[in-house]
Design a protein around this ligand. Structure first.
Ligand code: CA2
Length: 149
């Protein structure tokens, strides 16, 4: 598998609780379901998926640094760090490949503090409000960008 076809799918804090609380906002799928569907789409698109979740900012930054030298793109749902983390923005800025930002909910129809994401400034695209299906759409778009490069 060439490095360009390895894609990191990174998930920020509290996304380990998916499917367990607030289904009216985040749906009924668990993070394990999201991982399984990313892997299915990955097989279809000939992408190798490195799927991770952490509640710790430094761990997410570590995976971004790892991806920088061994991957062809990142799909990231930074969760609450979207709205707070210049450190994650800086780590993503050091990546030369496309970054797709995903939000399960439509952050723009929620509280004002969710309307701004630091990550969007370096994202090739942003998907919000498509539920967990957004991960698959992001992977498809990333594969198109990788194939076109
Ligand atoms: O809509 C999204 O995907 C978010 O990135 C999710 C974050 C939120 O802080 C962002 O504003 C939008 C929250 C993730 C927490 O997920 C939970 C899932 C189930 C139960 C509790 C939290």
């Amino acid at each position: 598998m060439p490095a360009s076809r390895i894609v990191y799918v990174l998930n920020g804090p509290n996304l380990n609780l998916l499917g367990q609380r607030q289904p009216q906002i985040y749906g009924h799928e668990t993070l394990a379901d999201v991982e399984a569907s990313c892997r299915r789409v990955g097989v279809e698109l000939s992408l190798e998926i490195a799927f991770h979740q952490s509640n710790a900012e430094h761990e997410i930054i570590g995976w971004i640094h790892e991806a920088r030298t061994r991957a062809g793109g990142i799909v990231i749902n930074p969760a609450a760090y979207s709205h707070t983390s210049v450190a994650i923005l800086d780590a993503l800025s050091a990546c030369e490949f496309p970054v797709m930002e995903v939000h399960i909910s439509n952050i723009h129809r929620r509280e004002a503090f969710r309307h701004h994401s630091y990550v969007s400034a370096v994202a090739a695209g942003v998907i919000a409000g498509f539920g967990t299906e957004g991960y698959g759409y992001a992977l498809r778009r990333l594969a198109m960008l990788i194939d076109a490069a």
